[in-house]
Design a protein around this ligand. Structure first.
Ligand code: NAP
Length: 302
């Protein structure tokens, strides 16, 4: 009979849209203060998009618009899909040298002929608002201050909001990418969680996940994390974003996460939806990073 019952949500739904709006409003207020101080210039956020991938173009436009909304100056640099590495390097070097540009991000993935990580490494670490250069990744792993990747920072902000005590908590992250899984793990260690990172070669994934007080999924496989993977009362954060048909996804955007939301929401203490969970946090924290970069370039204590 249980298979025929309509699942009932008992988890608290973590409202990423509302929390991101709050962070953006805070950043907007702080940008106003910053812009009134020396060097009397708004923080500048430069995006570099190579090629014409429609999804990347949408992300870049979203970042441009969001930076304008908080009072920053956007710099929109676009290169053709057949751009050479030399062209991209020249663009990044010119942005590194421009004092009006506080933060630079190279939209990934780049076209096949280019090496995304090698190009990212050209960005001045002081302007690396995606936190992906070797210097910033190294500072994070050493537990030293620096610019951190926006999505894991966004997750930390959501966790603060849901009041989970991370110290001593058993945290399991599924996914070990440089973009998300590894920096997420470092931030959780910094917060004194006990950390396990899983990946495609982890045997008994469900069993490992079911130990977690905090389960974070960043895989990109629709609804991989079913109810069996989740300890009742756990906090579940769904970073995954895959696009399927709107009918299958059950929403107009066709976006679906890594977590089987309706069934997991019956037993979790708190859970992020997709869309409207982690997604909106990334841009909000990118804006905060840009302000942080502008302040340190202006010699302002943080
Ligand atoms: P990625 O680089 O493709 O990494 C995926 C990770 O998942 C890898 O570590 C991979 O293991 C692991 N994996 C794949 N299949 C698995 C399986 N069956 N069981 C366990 N682990 C498995 O992806 P990413 O860049 O980290 O992104 C992951 C997801 O998060 C994507 O859906 C992406 O769209 C989303 N995302 C969202 C945001 C946002 O703003 N909301 C930001 C970043 C990412 P191996 O290392 O062994 O291959």
């Amino acid at each position: 009979m249980a298979g025929h019952s309509i699942p009932s949500v008992s988890a608290r739904i973590i409202d990423g849209k509302a929390i991101a709006a709050r962070v953006r409003a805070e950043v907007a207020r702080e940008v106003e203060d910053f812009t009134g101080q020396a060097p009397a210039r708004a923080p500048g956020l430069a995006t570099v998009l190579v090629g014409d991938d429609p999804a990347s173009a949408v992300y870049v436009s979203g970042k441009q618009r969001a930076s304008q909304e908080v009072g920053m100056t956007p710099f929109d640099r676009r290169l053709p899909a057949d751009a050479s590495a030399e062209q991209v390097v020249a663009e990044l070097i010119s942005l590194n040298a421009d004092p009006a540009v506080s933060g630079i991000l190279l939209q990934l993935p780049v076209p096949e002929q280019l090496d995304g990580p090698a190009l990212t490494a050209i960005i001045d670490p002081a302007k690396d608002v995606d936190g992906l250069t070797p210097i910033n990744a190294g500072l994070l792993s050493l537990g030293r201050p620096g610019l951190r990747p926006a999505t894991p920072l966004g997750v930390m902000e959501l966790l603060k909001d849901c009041g989970l005590a991370l110290e001593g908590a058993e945290a399991v992250v599924v996914g070990r990418s440089n973009l998300f899984g590894k920096p997420m793990g470092q931030l959780l260690l910094e917060a004194n969680a006990t950390l396990t990172i899983c990946h495609s070669r982890t045997p008994n994934l469900a069993e490992v996940c079911a130990r977690a007080d905090l389960l974070i999924a960043a895989v990109g496989r629709p609804r991989l994390i079913t109810r069996d993977f989740v300890k009742p009362g756990a906090v579940v954060i769904d970073v995954g974003q895959s696009r399927i048909s709107p009918q299958e996804a059950g929403n107009a955007s066709g976006l679906v996460g890594d977590v089987d939301f309706p069934n997991v929401a019956e037993i979790a203490a708190a859970i992020t939806p997709v869309p409207g969970g982690v997604g909106p946090m990334t841009i909000a924290l990118l804006l905060r990073n840009t302000l942080q970069a502008a302040r340190s370039q202006a010699g302002i204590e943080q």
